[in-house]
Design a protein around this ligand. Structure first.
Ligand SMILES: NC(=O)c1ccc[n+]([C@@H]2O[C@H](COP(=O)([O-])OP(=O)(O)OC[C@H]3O[C@@H](n4cnc5c(N)ncnc54)[C@H](OP(=O)(O)O)[C@@H]3O)[C@@H](O)[C@H]2O)c1
Length: 165
């Protein structure tokens, strides 16, 4: 069995755009990216904020990071980001669920605060501008990393699946 990893998985437009109106800026497009996200996170644990884990895979094992202790029914746990460091949160989840890999799934502040703890970053880069209300600082998320692999999507030339370590 492979060693469980702490991953960060994210898809963004060329300006770091990740969200619009609670959904994706490109909602309904890019089925290949959706399949990529679903297959990666299948049977693993997603760790994210309320706005990030309540998506189409809301029934998957997930852990909430929140300053409120109120926990949605399907969640395995809740960690208070205000009281604990990302390093503490992620390594505690790793120790509690050693059979699973961990996927950091956003939102914006959680991505930016926790990126340095991830063993690798799985970035879907979409070379287009999008209307958005949420965007990340991609330079911050990829700081001190190197590109390990890059593959253009078979269905859309503007979409690239990148792995940064
Ligand atoms: N493209 C992608 O890959 C991707 C991935 C995920 C989400 N999205 C999209 O992005 C949007 C949701 O993201 P969002 O950022 O708006 O989510 P959000 O859940 O609204 O994120 C804000 C929340 O993050 C928590 N937070 C604040 N500072 C934090 C910190 N330093 N560390 C950890 N948590 C902190 C707070 O939660 P509490 O108030 O509970 O404390 C805050 O209310 C949606 O549109 C979604 O579809 C896109």
């Amino acid at each position: 069995m492979n060693k469980p990893l702490i991953n960060l998985i994210i898809a963004c437009g060329q300006n770091g755009e990740i969200g619009l109106g609670g959904g994706l800026p490109w909602e309904g497009e890019y089925a290949e990216d959706r399949e990529w996200y679903t297959s990666q996170t299948l049977d693993n644990i997603r760790v994210g904020t309320r706005g990030a884990i309540m998506n189409f895979t809301a029934d998957r094992p997930s852990v909430l990071v929140s300053s409120s202790n109120e926990m949605p029914d399907h969640c395995l746990g809740v960690y208070n980001w205000h009281e604990l460091t990302p390093d503490h949160i992620l390594n505690d989840i790793k120790a509690s669920f050693p059979q699973y890999s961990i996927y950091i799934v956003g939102g914006v502040e959680w991505y930016e605060a926790s990126a340095h703890v991830a063993d690798r970053i799985l970035l879907t880069r979409i070379a287009k501008d999008f209307d958005h209300d949420r965007k990340v600082d991609l330079d911050l998320i990829l700081a001190n990393r190197k590109l390990e692999s890059s593959k253009v999507a078979s269905t859309h030339g503007e979409v690239t699946f990148e792995t940064w370590v």
